[in-house]
Design a protein around this ligand. Structure first.
Ligand code: NDP
Ligand code: MG
Length: 374
């Protein structure tokens, strides 16, 4: 592999930091990657990253003086100016859709962690990738696993895929007690160390709902063929069930550095991270009780409609999670807010990226106005 330039959008976040770690580890023997640009919003860690990495350019909420790197107010302009070989899109939230589109236009490979982009605009993203001849490699662990499971396979030979869920912090709580869950209870994820939003989504299972949509959009499976199961240890990430009766399973320790490194080095596997051991006691699954998790049921529901429903599912959840983190609503109000938002909007096809961004903002604004002071 020749030296590849990389821009990381969301460098200070959980995925961003682990991307830097994955690059340091894969660079340890032969220098394969050069980080030429980083982008974040407001974290103090960013200045330290600028000093350590010394990129050519950066994007941040404000101009920083103590650096030679060139400033770009908008991460899209950073990507456009640097034209990196690889862009890792690891910023959070629906705002990231714009950055994903810029990455698809100016890089030859996009390592896509941000699931919201695919949920909001999956078919358009794939269309832009085809037109630009850009490869998208999924970073989300379950989708990275499915991507690996289907290498060399024909999609028509696959009967179903399963993506797994840990069940999140409240998985052993009785449903009736969930309304009392505090922010601290919900942020104690049993297996993964992730950003706050996705940790809340793991407890509600909106994360799995978003991932079911992400899998349908990215791989093109019908929703009936995308199933979920519980892996309490998060050791099994995904399974593919083939029509000939074979089942392939993808497992590994819950460490995002592994799928991030794979997305950077695919089709090679160049990360070397100590001895790999088979943890046999973790190779078990439990059935998913969908009735316990309204977020999953709603995800399959919104997959029946046009993208207005999927955009609303994601946007209203984003607002609801923020309100929960600000301690303004109860944990179980998140379901109520999303359900009402979905029920209220029309089932429409939103055709362009700009219209999707506008629609998303409209849903977020309406949801905020409705539930503010509730
Ligand atoms: P974090 O909350 O930890 O990090 C978010 C990052 O986005 C931070 O670097 C933040 O910067 C940056 N950011 C926010 N707004 C902007 C902006 N306007 N411009 C540039 N950067 C911005 O999130 P995670 O790392 O957990 O998740 C990132 C994405 O990856 C999400 O879409 C999530 O769903 C997905 N994902 C995460 C997984 C995980 O294990 N964490 C697993 C699978 C997918 P700052 O810190 O300065 O505010
Ligand atoms: Mg995941």
């Amino acid at each position: 592999m020749n030296l590849k330039t990389v821009v990381i959008i969301g460098s200070t976040g959980s995925i961003g930091r682990q991307t830097i770690e994955a690059i340091e580890k894969t660079n340890a023997n032969v220098r394969l990657f050069e980080i030429t640009g980083i982008a974040a919003n407001r974290s103090d860690l960013f200045m330290q990253q600028l000093k350590q990495i010394r990129p050519k350019g950066y994007s941040f909420g404000k101009v920083l003086t103590d650096t030679d790197a060139r400033y770009y107010a908008d991460p899209c302009h950073l990507i456009e100016a640097l034209q990196p070989d690889i862009c890792v899109v690891a910023s959070s939230g629906s705002q990231t859709l714009r950055f994903t589109v810029a990455a698809l236009k100016h890089s030859s490979r996009v390592c896509l962690a941000n699931k919201e982009s695919l949920v909001m605009a999956g078919s358009l993203i794939k269309k832009i990738a085809r037109e630009q001849n850009t490869m998208i490699i999924p970073v989300d662990s379950e989708h990275s696993s499915v991507f690996q499971l289907i290498q060399g396979e024909r999609l028509e030979d696959i009967d179903k895929i399963y993506i797994t869920a840990s069940g999140g912090a409240l998985r052993d709580w009785p449903v009736e007690k969930q309304k009392e869950a505090t922010v601290e209870d919900v942020l104690k994820h049993p297996n993964w160390d992730m950003g706050q939003k996705i940790t809340v989504d793991s407890a509600t299972l909106f994360n799995k709902g978003l991932e079911v949509i992400e899998a349908v959009e990215f791989f093109g499976f019908d929703k009936e063929r995308v199933k979920t199961a519980l892996s309490y240890s998060s050791y099994i990430h995904a399974l593919a069930l083939f029509k000939d009766g074979s089942i392939k399973l993808h497992a590994g320790k819950p460490n995002m550095v592994i799928p991030i490194a794979y997305s950077l080095t695919y089709p090679e596997r160049l990360l070397r991270d100590g001895d790999v051991e088979l943890e046999m006691n973790k190779l078990n699954l439990r059935p998913m009780d969908v009735s316990r998790y309204p977020a999953l049921e709603m995800a399959y529901g919104v997959l029946e409609g046009y993208n207005s429903k999927r955009i609303t599912y994601n946007a209203s959840n984003e607002v609801a999670v923020q309100l929960f983190l600000e301690r303004k609503i109860a944990f179980t109000d998140i379901f109520k807010i999303v359900r009402e938002a979905i029920n209220q909007i029309d089932n429409e096809k939103i055709e362009s990226i700009d219209d999707i961004i506008e629609y998303n903002e409209h849903v977020k604004k309406n949801t905020k106005e409705k539930w503010r002071g509730y």
